[in-house]
Design a protein around this ligand. Structure first.
Ligand SMILES: NC(=O)c1ccc[n+]([C@@H]2O[C@H](COP(=O)([O-])OP(=O)(O)OC[C@H]3O[C@@H](n4cnc5c(N)ncnc54)[C@H](O)[C@@H]3O)[C@@H](O)[C@H]2O)c1
Length: 268
């Protein structure tokens, strides 16, 4: 399917690792120009994509929680690649603790997670929306999680922040629709990335020592039990959905929450 993204400019926050990196590669594979925004590793990730897909790329070191840094990242991106048409916010963190029950966490474990996962999204949206409104074109995709839909107990601040991603995308989708800008949320299920391992490792370590399996065996058994398609999702699975939603092939899709989760959460 021709997605018509050649030469479009796409920003992917958290684009140096895991799902964000696969999304950046997905845009580059379509011939889009890609800016990788990340706390760490943005420049080498962007350079590698540029070499692999022979498309202009830019790596920008940025903490998405800092308004000034986000404004600078946008200016640098637009100076080098041109006006930004697509933004994917994939940067996120977990608390690093096992939050089941929630009393395992202190209230002090919450603010950094909310700052990155919610306020990072808000800073990025505030930075890019005015240009999209002015040009009357643009898409945003926020990477949320099934954890934001089911009250996942593993890491409550993470789950709450992912619910906020979904809700904020709907607010923006309504506000921006009259300006020709679409906003959607994609919710991955279980994807083997550093973030997933941090959250699940804390969970695995709760198993009583005499019943404890290796992390890999424990995690695979969990996937077999809860995912109807009985497979981990791959970063590429999420990237394919995000790139499609960002393209004109999804021109009638806005304010939607799309799960890429092997059927874990089914809704209509
Ligand atoms: N892995 C999963 O199973 C899973 C499931 C559901 C949702 N998700 C979501 O997918 C997205 C990507 O997660 P991942 O698993 O690929 O994680 P990851 O840890 O591999 O990548 C996250 C990236 O975000 C960057 N980042 C963190 N804080 C930042 C900040 N303040 N400013 C800029 N960059 C920052 C990190 O440096 C890293 O490169 C996240 O939004 C996550 O919530 C992941």
């Amino acid at each position: 399917m021709e997605l018509g993204l050649r030469n479009h400019v796409a920003v992917v926050t958290g684009g140096a690792s895991g799902i964000g990196r696969a999304i950046a590669a997905g845009f580059a594979a379509e011939g889009a120009q890609v800016a990788v925004w990340d706390l760490a590793g943005a420049a080498p990730a962007a350079a590698e994509l540029g070499r692999e897909f022979a498309t202009p790329t830019r790596g920008v070191a940025v903490d998405v929680t800092q308004a000034g840094a986000v404004a600078q990242a946008l200016a640098e991106t637009q100076r080098n690649l041109g006006p930004v048409e697509h933004v994917v916010h994939a940067a996120a963190i977990g608390s690093g603790k096992f939050g089941f029950p929630f009393l395992n966490l202190a209230p002090a474990d919450w603010p950094r997670v909310l700052e990155v996962n919610i306020m990072g999204m808000v800073q990025v949206a505030h930075a890019v929306a005015p240009g999209m409104i002015e040009r009357r074109v643009g898409t945003m995709v926020f990477i949320a999680s099934v954890a934001g839909q089911i009250g996942s107990q593993t890491d409550p601040p993470y789950s709450a922040s992912k619910a906020a991603n979904i809700n904020y995308a709907q607010c923006l989708a309504k506000d921006l629709a009259p300006h020709g800008v679409r906003v959607n949320t994609v919710c991955p299920g279980m994807v083997q990335t550093p973030l997933n391992r941090d959250v699940w490792r804390a969970w695995h370590d709760q198993q009583p020592a005499d019943q404890r399996q290796t992390y890999e065996a424990w995690a695979q058994a969990k996937i077999d039990n809860v995912i109807p398609l009985r497979k981990w999702q791959q970063p590429q699975d999420v990237a394919d959905m995000v790139v499609f939603l960002s393209s004109a092939r999804a021109a009638q899709v806005t304010g939607q929450t799309i799960n890429v989760d092997g059927g874990f959460v089914m809704h209509w």
